[in-house]
Design a protein around this ligand. Structure first.
Ligand code: HEM
Length: 398
């Protein structure tokens, strides 16, 4: 009993000494300045350990023992000191190739990126997608399908020309392929290896990477096409405020007037353009490693305008290793893609099961006149008036 009590007292006194040492410089004389058991334990407990004592302990060639003597050192640095210098980027390295990243042999921040990619990125990204599907399913159950209220006329109005539909389906088809192959890359290890084994996953991973890298060009072309063809119809105007104030008429009777695209569609259009461009640029940075470095420059701007401070991010680092640029590009590419996939889930929902008559616009290109009158009344009136007015270029009969 007495022994147990003594052991408890000793343990407690160790804990309190460890606490007392927090914040002070720990005594590392016992290890000759190298890290102590307390440092290791603190790191394992997730505490921040100031690494300066290691970063700076990378050997001193000037105090090296003569190399000729039996116990002479290799230039004053021991192996651990050399590895440390490599890790903290202070070693003097000459590489046989001279790409931007050639002399970064160990990149210290890589572990944080890896953990973030496997942890919060995959977890919250997954929640976002599953949550969005859940919300859409609930919406369908509560609101039901948006049907055509009035009597159908049987007459059709051309809504999208073949080239517009081609641009849309090029964008949509490539986006779906990119989404699926991107998710295979991110979740493959966690989900596909346990389900199908390493060999099947290896095949899927190689194929996914190939598809992802090559189909990206089709996505960028589709993005450019729809931007050029539809930007004019997506500039905000007064009808949008009214449409938004009435919530698009989704939960009320009647339909607020709209031109070719209503405010909801304009929001989808601009999300696709802005987020799609951001995904494309960060994707290009990944496709051509170390060539497009945007993050250090962006962080410098965020610091200069006080944006990082206002967001509570503190001072962002303005000097990044080439690999860190790539790691930030990967994270940004994935985060923005998750957001755009969630938005596109909602878009696909409304273009198919969510609304009667909508799919025809992109399927055949022709919509029911009554659908057009209900959802895009201003546009429908213009189109019907155009159809009634004889073409100006037509030669009048004599
Ligand atoms: C199976 C997938 C998809 C279906 C069924 C679908 C369906 C549709 C339909 C029916 C329209 C015309 C709506 C109208 O006449 O007012 C449309 C428009 C549009 N789609 Fe898609 N779409 C799909 C995927 C995508 C993807 C992946 C993107 C972009 C990454 C996209 C971007 C757009 C944009 C920007 C518009 C114009 C704005 C709007 O109507 O919201 N679509 N789509």
């Amino acid at each position: 009993m007495l022994r147990a009590l003594t052991a408890l007292m000793l343990t407690l006194s160790f804990i309190s000494t460890a606490h007392a040492q927090e914040g002070d410089t720990p005594d590392r004389s016992g290890t000759g300045g190298a890290q102590t058991l307390e440092d290791i334990m603190a790191r394992q407990n997730g505490q921040e350990v100031d690494n300066a004592f290691r970063r700076n302990a990378t050997g001193d060639p000037d105090s090296a023992a003569g190399i000729a003597s039996q116990l002479g050192t290799l230039g004053g640095a021991s192996d651990p000191e050399l590895w440390r210098a490599l890790r903290f980027g202070t070693a003097n390295i000459t590489a046989s190739n001279n790409g931007p990243a050639a002399t970064t042999l160990i990149q210290d921040g890589g572990m944080k990126w890896l953990q973030f990619r496997e942890g919060p990125l995959a977890t919250y990204g997954g929640y976002l997608l599953v949550g969005t599907l859940g919300v859409l399913a609930a919406f369908l159950m509560i609101r039901g399908r948006i049907t055509i209220d009035g009597e159908k006329t049987g007459r059709k109005i051309t809504r999208f020309k073949a080239v517009e539909r081609f641009g849309h389906w090029l964008l949509a088809g490539s986006f779906i392929l990119l989404g699926v192959t991107g998710l295979v890359s991110l979740f493959g290890r966690k989900v596909l290896i346990p389900a199908f084994g390493h060999e099947t996953f290896a095949f899927l991973a190689v194929g996914s990477k190939w598809v992802h890298n090559n189909v990206s060009w089709a996505f960028m072309l589709g993005l450019l096409m729809i931007f050029v063809m539809w930007v004019i119809h997506n500039l905000p105007d007064r009808t949008d405020f009214n449409w938004l104030r009435k919530g698009g008429g989704i939960f009320s009777d009647g339909h607020p007037p709209a031109k070719k695209f209503n405010a909801g569609q304009k929001l989808i259009f601009w999300s696709v353009i802005v987020l799609g461009t951001s995904i494309s640029v960060s994707g290009l940075a990944l496709l051509f490693p170390f060539e497009i470095n945007m993050f250090a420059a962006t962080f410098a701007k965020l610091n200069a305008f006080g944006i990082s401070g206002a967001l509570g991010l503190g001072e962002l680092r303005e000097t990044l290793a080439p690999h860190e640029e790539m790691q930030y590009a990967q994270l940004w590419h994935s985060i923005v893609s998750f957001v755009l996939i969630a938005i596109i889930f909602a878009h696909i929902y409304i273009g198919t099961v969510g609304m009667e008559g909508a799919y025809d616009a992109m399927g055949s290109g022709e919509v029911e006149e009554q659908w057009a009158r209900e959802h895009h009344s201003i546009w429908a009136d213009e189109e019907l008036a155009k159809a009634k007015t004889p073409s100006e270029s037509a030669t009048p009969a004599e």
